[in-house]
Design a protein around this ligand. Structure first.
Ligand code: PEP
Length: 255
């Protein structure tokens, strides 16, 4: 078996930090390189260019990614951005299926499949988000919901080939996102173990182990260490605590 993939600390700025704020954040951020970890920020579309430039200027060991991408390469899709546009400015990382995209912008498991397939085909690395609503957890439906969110991608031959390579996952219970209510280590670990078991069944041991499953939902420098110590949690996808250079750095120092 090959070594475990490095821990990933991924920030999701959501609709925060325009180009100027992005530049200022990265100017302030001091991020020493680590052998066993990678850092990434998913920034608003309009801030991608300035974030990339600042990352290079300050030689930060940090990848910059987009929060969304359309599945078509061009066409009559007002307000959307395409893969070729992202590639043109040097972006090769994209977040797909975040629960806010599902909740507020009508994304479905079907559209998430289309986006994932298209982004992978165009050479992007994809972090695909899944996670249950509170009502689903309370109705003991967490596992069927996670399965339903993953199954199309797991059964799609083109996507399947990229797990553990350019396709990784973030488990984000929706009730924990932006609420300050973090999943307990037991809840997170159990969901991760279930998702890993789906990967093992569909892809075999090796690819399943090579696929990172990040935890997301109210991660802070106070709870990150404990979450990271759980077997099967390969990093964090962090919203609120990624917005300040100090707290992003504090998370990095815990890896
Ligand atoms: C997120 O944006 O994916 C997220 C998990 O947000 P927060 O860390 O603020 O809960």
């Amino acid at each position: 078996m090959s070594a475990k993939p490095p821990i990933l600390l991924a920030g999701n700025w959501k609709m925060n930090h325009g180009p100027k704020a992005a530049r200022e954040f990265l100017q302030k951020l001091e991020l020493p390189e680590k052998e066993n970890a990678q850092a990434r920020l998913y920034v608003p579309t309009l801030s991608l260019t300035s974030a990339l430039a600042a990352t290079l200027e300050h030689s930060l060991p940090l990848q910059v990614g987009a929060q969304n991408v359309h599945h078509e390469k061009s066409g009559a899709f007002t307000g959307e951005i395409s893969g070729p546009m992202l590639s043109e400015i040097g972006i090769n990382q994209v977040l797909i299926g975040h629960s806010e995209r599902r909740q507020f912008f009508g994304e479905t498991n079907e559209s998430v499949l289309l986006k994932t397939k298209s982004a992978l085909e165009q050479g992007f690395e994809v972090l695909l988000c899944i996670g249950e609503l509170l009502s689903e957890r309370e109705a003991s439906k967490t596992e069927p919901v996670l399965r339903e969110q993953l199954i199309r991608v797991l059964e799609n031959q083109e996507c399947k080939a990229h797990f553990g390579g350019r396709l990784h996952l973030a488990y984000e219970p929706v009730w924990a996102i932006g609420t300050g209510v973090v999943a307990t280590p037991e809840q997170a670990q159990s969901a991760h173990a279930y998702v890993r078991s789906l990967l093992i069944t569909a892809l075999g041991q090796q690819k399943a182990q090579d696929t990172r499953i990040l935890y997301g939902g109210s991660v802070t420098p106070t709870n990150f260490k404990e979450l990271l110590s759980c077997p099967g949690i390969d990093g964090g996808l962090v919203g609120g605590a990624s917005l300040k250079p100090e707290s992003f750095r504090a998370l990095w120092d815990l890896i």
